[in-house]
Design a protein around this ligand. Structure first.
Ligand code: SF4
Ligand code: SF4
Length: 365
């Protein structure tokens, strides 16, 4: 797999107005315990069911060497108490034990950066984190917006320099077609370069999430500026290529409970649960499903054609009203409608069949 984006918890210390999932927010008391425990209960089975070999074929046919895959760990915020000690550090230890050095993925984390300290940074490096993405550089993260971001970025740069962590350019972390947006001061770091490195990004207009995903608080607060022509599926973090897990450019997302999705935006129903079965077994089993092939092709509008939904039908289902009362059109809404009404029962039936086969093979083994 080229890239797996694993949201380990919904717990966060912020409640940003643009956030794509309303479950990312502060929790206290028993509710915090529940949300952290969800990740604690799942992480060891998720790690056991990740691919044994994360390397993939490169897009460049002239290169026969394989590309190291990456595992991006995210929240919410993984560095807050008690997420850090109860969930995140034990998971990092389990990840370090899972692969021999040649097979292991690059381990990256996403954090707002405002709770990062030199001591936590040392912990991350000691536990095998290769990449730290400071994902808060935009005008939505309170306290980091506008001119304030420059002091914040300087303090991060100083902390990183003290620890010997180099700054990488955003372009080398992303799909080649998106490179260039934040190039400048930073170094290009290849995927195979495991020197500790960090980068900055955020929900900036010129980046691939510039319009904001029409989800969660971005939708409720009327902040997403997508149109029907904004095909998030064909962008990085969308569903395109998710089935091509042997090749560069493939990416899937996993939720705190192990739910597997073709995109970071999250479909209205998961493909399966990585807590239950190997990730690639789920993808192999579902690879012939026409709706998922349409997503894989970056053409979500075609997802219902095999079951009688024309492109016009799909488009008609692709409108929602946001929190400002605006009618917003986007293929992700049509995708939601199709998953809810047509695909969710199909996916659940396939899951039950796979689990039955697993149970039978366990008995006969
Ligand atoms: S955008 Fe990030 S920091 Fe803000 S609430 Fe969402 S997960 Fe938390
Ligand atoms: S169209 Fe569906 S699969 Fe594609 S990015 Fe949107 S929600 Fe994800």
């Amino acid at each position: 797999m080229d890239s797996i984006y694993w949201v380990m918890t919904f717990a966060c210390h912020r409640r940003c107005v643009h956030c794509y999932d309303e479950r990312f927010r502060p929790y206290t008391g028993a509710a915090l315990d529940v949300v952290v425990q969800e990740g604690v209960n799942a992480f060891d089975r998720i790690i056991a069911n990740l691919p044994d070999d994360f390397s993939v074929r490169r897009k460049d046919p002239a290169r026969s060497d394989r590309l190291r895959g990456q595992l991006i760990l995210a929240g919410g915020e993984l560095l807050i108490d008690p997420v850090r000690e109860r969930l995140f550090y034990p998971a990092l230890q389990a990840l370090a034990d899972r692969w021999a050095p040649a097979q292991r993925p690059l381990i990256g984390i996403q954090t707002t950066g405002d709770v990062l300290t030199p001591a936590i940074l040392a912990d991350l490096l000691a536990r095998g984190v290769n990449r730290i993405a400071i994902a808060s550089i935009d005008d939505y993260h309170v306290g980091i917006q506008g001119e304030k971001r420059f002091n914040f970025m300087q303090s991060i740069r100083a902390m990183m320099a003290e620890a010997g962590v180099i700054e990488m350019s955003l372009g080398t972390a992303m799909d080649p077609g998106l490179r260039g947006a934040l190039e400048g001061v930073a170094t290009r770091v290849s995927r195979d370069d495991l020197r500790p490195h960090f980068l900055f990004f955020g929900a900036q207009p010129e980046l691939w999430i510039g319009e904001l995903w029409p989800r969660g608080r971005a939708l409720v607060n009327g902040l997403s500026n997508v149109t029907y022509e904004t095909n998030l599926c064909a962008r990085w973090s969308g569903g395109q290529n998710f089935l091509n897990y042997r090749q560069e450019g493939s990416e899937v997302a996993i939720g705190p409970d192990g739910a597997l999705y073709p995109c970071c935006i999250k479909t209205a129903a998961p493909l399966g649960w990585v807590t239950e079965e190997p990730l690639t077994a789920i993808l192999d089993d579902l690879a012939a499903e026409p709706a998922l092939q349409a997503i894989n092709a970056g053409d979500p509008e075609a997802m219902g054609m095999a079951r009688g939904w024309s492109r016009e039908d799909f488009k008609a289902q692709s409108v929602q009203t946001d929190g400002k009362g605006r009618a917003l059109a986007n293929p992700c809404f049509g995708c939601d409608a199709y998953f809810k009404t047509m695909l969710a029962p199909v996916l659940e039936a396939r899951r039950q069949q796979r689990l039955l086969r697993l149970a039978v093979s366990d008995v006969t083994a």
